[in-house]
Design a binder for this molecule. Sequence first.
Ligand SMILES: [Zn+2]
Length: 162
Amino acid sequence: MSLADEKRTSWNIHKTAHFKVFFKSIDDLRVFNSKVICRKNVVKGNTISDVVKNKLDLIFEEVEKILGMHNPRFGKTSFKIFSDKKSLDRECLRKRPKQEPMIAWYEPGEDSVYCQVGDVSVGMVAHEIAHSIVDKYLMVPPPRETAEILARYVDREITKGI
Ligand SMILES: [Zn+2]
């Protein structure tokens, strides 16, 4: 897809209890759903977008539980699912020009998770959601190193719970 084509394909936005989910196509949601696997819970929904929405909320609530960080006033995190590595890398270059491209990241200023369908897993999704929760829960955001320790702990633990 050329840059011009990509710009013409606008984002679809679906709201869930905890997220604003941005995605380009239902096919992307299908791939996302097949890669983000919850073994212990059957995630229900009438459509693929309902299943993905319910799955993201389930993961969010499990991450809250692991961290012991609950706050009913958390705003909705933007969760941006790109279609491929090329478009995510381009976005990464725009947001963080000094860094190497990343497979996924959390953007604290805008409370957004960035990822692409080719590279997702339940651990990775939980990891980025952990960054969002830690950032919103603590009045003073922890040092980057501490946040990373917490997020890594969550991505190891998540599969035990869901
Ligand atoms: Zn991290």
